[in-house]
Design a protein around this ligand. Sequence first.
Ligand code: NAD
Length: 322
Amino acid sequence: MKKALVLGAGGFIGSHLVKKLKKEGFWVKGADLKYPEFDETQADEFIIGDLRIQTVCDKVLDQYFDEVYQLAADMGGAGYIFTGENDADVMHNSALININIVERAVKYKIGKLFYSSSACIYPEYNQLDPDNPNCAEKSAYPAAPDSEYGWEKLFSERLYLSFKRNYGLNVKIARFHNIFGPEGTWTGGKEKAPAAMCRKVAMASDNGIIEVWGDGLQTRSFLYIDECLEGIRRLMDSDTFFGPVNIGSDEMISINDLAKMVIRISAKNLAIKNIDGPLGVRGRNSDNNLIKEKLGWAPSLPLVKGMEKTYYWINNQVSCKF
Ligand code: NAD
């Protein structure tokens, strides 16, 4: 039986990934600061621990694994990444985790290591026009991410790639673009735009107002969790391609249109009020040419399908909590 290790297995993508790997027949070990919030973990073994600490990493990555998935990071949505208040923690905490893990991955000569980078590494100067952002993989340099979160991701991409070059570590790198879906953070400050929008709409009374950060004309694309997992597994299974590659949707939408989509799903009558808030780049969309070329696949689920599932799940959470 193949053995997998999922770091960040208590988080949104990690907890879904554990389920997928179990379905595929892996023996799975997970590690995180916390258990998954919304469902029991399906990992065969789960270590609660802080991966910034070397002795914890010694217990977590303590043997050969066929596949290691490094998803643990100090992260959140715009309200966490772009205010500047968490910059030192974001850089220090995530860099320490990656430095600890890469060393042990080489020590145990693990089969393959997946690293989750982010669309936030792309230069701000290519994302000023909301209708024509450029996020092709090769546009990453000259580097100019608009957040320290993006800079740390870029540093860690290079860290893993240098261990590939010098120590033969079999590394695979994906740059995720806004992954969303049920069982993700939807309140508390670390939630992302799709979950925040669903929560605001679910909590609003009919004929009320929801607040949307910025002028709402900023654009993004959002990828449903199942397609993210499919992309990760396809990248891991490729014998020839290691990335970095975008895993994202290329269905770009403005934030106001995303809000309108959620309002339609809820069947409520709500108005949108645009207010000041932390924003990030003006426009961003996944460029899927490379993933199509190298893996013969790209995400295709319409955004509205994923948003329906997410809205119903968050609406249910809101009803249970309030
Ligand atoms: P998440 O916050 O739900 O999961 C990250 C997990 O890492 C959390 O459960 C957290 O407790 C854990 N963690 C943080 N610090 C830790 C530490 N010191 N020791 C042990 N565990 C620690 O985030 P997610 O959405 O599941 O994202 C997974 C990965 O994908 C992250 O690396 C993130 O940067 C990357 N990513 C996600 C998105 C997205 O849209 N969700 C986009 C781009 C990149």
